[in-house]
Design a protein around this ligand. Structure first.
Ligand SMILES: Nc1ncnc2c1ncn2[C@@H]1O[C@H](COP(=O)(O)OP(=O)(O)OP(=O)(O)O)[C@@H](O)[C@H]1O
Length: 233
């Protein structure tokens, strides 16, 4: 499989303050990565850095074979980085369907295919963004990213604050994306075991540095180590 993303000794932060240090990893097409760690260790900042919204102090980010250090956010998005931020950013005055069609780009993900994996969005297609439950908003946020036909999905805590039944629905969708559609994903999750069950590889951050990098199954099997790495002691 071809290399998709490669971070080499990335040190980045907000202005002068550094929140990621010496972060290196590579992903190939179709890889799925769980990005884990306690609160405030830099998981969101890593996704934000991929989107070009932090200051890159040192290191390089190669995306699709090219260095993107100087590429602005909108171009990163256009080149296939499908970011689903924690704040879902729905537009109160747009319908579900309008949210999807305004961002559509050519590729395998069409309105019909997105509605097929999110039947609930099809039911709600004429509803406004502010008439949706939290779970429906999260589905729409993921569906909207899929409509851009991304080469990778960056999911920032997709299950946060959602009812168990909605979590189950999202797990089903993410599993399908990874296993059946071969979609490359990075999932940031507080629910570490859930994220590990969805992905093939896991990276754990602590205070902005990678402190663990392995396949997801072996970390899932070592409960003691997992708790040591991610639970709030
Ligand atoms: N916009 C910002 N400006 C300055 N500092 C920030 C900003 N966003 C985050 N930080 C700081 O960067 C560090 C890492 O935060 P980040 O949100 O990336 O961690 P996280 O692992 O995603 O945590 P959480 O699970 O709580 O979302 C924290 O110290 C945080 O206070």
């Amino acid at each position: 499989m071809a290399e998709l993303l490669a971070l080499d000794k990335v040190t980045a932060g907000y202005g002068e303050s550094i929140v990621l240090e010496d972060v290196s990893f590579t992903m190939n097409e179709g890889d799925s990565l769980a990005l884990l760690g306690r609160n405030g260790v830099g998981k969101t900042s890593l996704l934000v850095t991929l989107m070009g919204l932090t200051r890159l102090h040192k290191g390089s980010i190669r995306w699709g074979g090219a260095d993107i250090a100087r590429v602005p956010t909108y171009k990163r998005s256009r080149s296939g980085l499908g970011w689903v931020p924690q704040e879902r950013h729905m537009f109160p005055s747009l319908t579900v369907e309008e949210h999807l069609t305004v961002v559509a780009r050519p590729g395998p993900w069409t309105l019909a295919k997105v509605y097929e994996i999110f039947p609930r969005l099809h039911e709600r297609r004429a509803n406004m963004g502010n008439q949706l439950s939290g779970g429906e908003q999260q589905m729409l946020a993921i569906a909207r990213a899929l409509m851009t036909n991304p080469r990778i999905l960056l999911l920032d805590e997709p299950m946060e604050g959602l009812a168990p039944i909605i979590v189950q629905e999202l797990v089903r969708v993410i599993r399908r994306l990874v296993a059946d559609e071969g979609m490359s994903v990075i999932v940031v999750e507080q629910h570490a075991r859930l994220a590990l069950s969805l992905t093939s590889r896991a990276i754990v951050l602590d205070r902005g540095r990678i402190v663990h990098d392995s396949d997801s199954a072996s970390l899932l099997a070592d409960g003691e180590k997992l708790d040591r790495l991610v639970s709030v002691a």
